[in-house]
Design a protein around this ligand. Sequence first.
Ligand SMILES: Nc1ncnc2c1ncn2[C@@H]1O[C@H](COP(=O)(O)OP(=O)(O)OP(=O)(O)O)[C@@H](O)[C@H]1O
Length: 385
Amino acid sequence: MRAQLRRLRQEQRALSAQLKQATRAVGGAGSEAGAEAGSPEGPSGNDDATALAAAKPVALPSSSDKKKKAKKTKKKATSAEAVAPSSQTTTPTPPVDTRAWEGLGLHEEILGVLSTCGFSAPTAVQVACLPSALRDRRDIIGAAQTGSGKTLAFGLPIMQALLNERHMQTPAAAEEGPSEGPSEEGHGDEAPAPAATGGKRRGALRALILAPTRELALQVCSHLEVFGRALGVRVAPIVGGISSQKQERLLAHAPEVVVATPGRLWDQMQSGAAHLTDFSRLAFLVVDEADRMVQQGHYSELGEILGRVDGGSGEDGGPAPGAPRSMQTMIFSATLTLPANLRHRLKKVRRAEEALEGGMKGCSLSDGDRIVVPEGCGMQLCLSG
Ligand SMILES: Nc1ncnc2c1ncn2[C@@H]1O[C@H](COP(=O)(O)OP(=O)(O)OP(=O)(O)O)[C@@H](O)[C@H]1O
């Protein structure tokens, strides 16, 4: 019995030594990543969380990081100049093989960014959405769980379209590659214009992404900025918590991509903010977390915004001069596929459908439990687990 006990103790000691060694190894790498990425945890942070971040060789925030960052952002956003850190220092990681992305129709430069981000393969929702969005330029209703990679499912088609445009317009300048990315201050503020524009600010808003909360909007913005910096596409947020001076500065740079919450965007639109009066060149409208959008009481602002974006004058509902000719609409939600309370959720989506009338033409909900996308309506339904 004693011998058995001794053996057990020895095994326990050996195990705990192994555990310590492993923790040190992981903690070291995690601390580095945390410190470089400006992790709030720092070297002495939560081991598990930093280990996860370190294990994922990506510049973009992981889901756990996103939650931490959302909290951090929430705190920061209450101060006058608050925006989430856009220029996260990237952890230098060896580029990964991106052959798994081939066949989806992505530009080589985008594959390059995916490689440096460490994204070796697309997620299911990305596989489901990208070909339809990129090649067929179809409208998308995308539904997939939180953390499944929806941001790039709608973000990459936007980046690709702007990149293609740049290549077509100024092949010589495009070969020179993008200029320096946005400043460390964040979210494109005071950044130089991309080289492809010959130093001039590009004019019109090309993509509008709506998210229900400022935290989500800032997360999406940060994700896309990683690509924007590399590709010379300016991305900026319009959310509460950013001072009006800072907001003006951001818009003065005429970002091609704006990520906004409906409330703040509508305020800015009503006050005639520069860059938000002409949607005639808008090529993408994305509504992220569409069901939450309705839950969070953005219904009326969303309706107003979509009215303007869709070319309604806002008064008689008729098409405004210069209304966008061919806008691609993508509506994403994390919750459409969850079986629990599906009917309940669909009721909310039905209201969302009304609010999003402009973007969901031709798509309806059946009496049962699924969204009906009629054949040939030009809309792709992408569901993923
Ligand atoms: N192809 C990929 N390979 C590896 N990681 C990826 C890939 N695409 C996205 N990610 C990472 O997965 C995480 C979740 O992605 P994303 O934020 O787009 O998910 P989401 O579905 O929008 O989640 P949420 O509903 O919470 O916004 C992010 O950290 C992102 O950097």
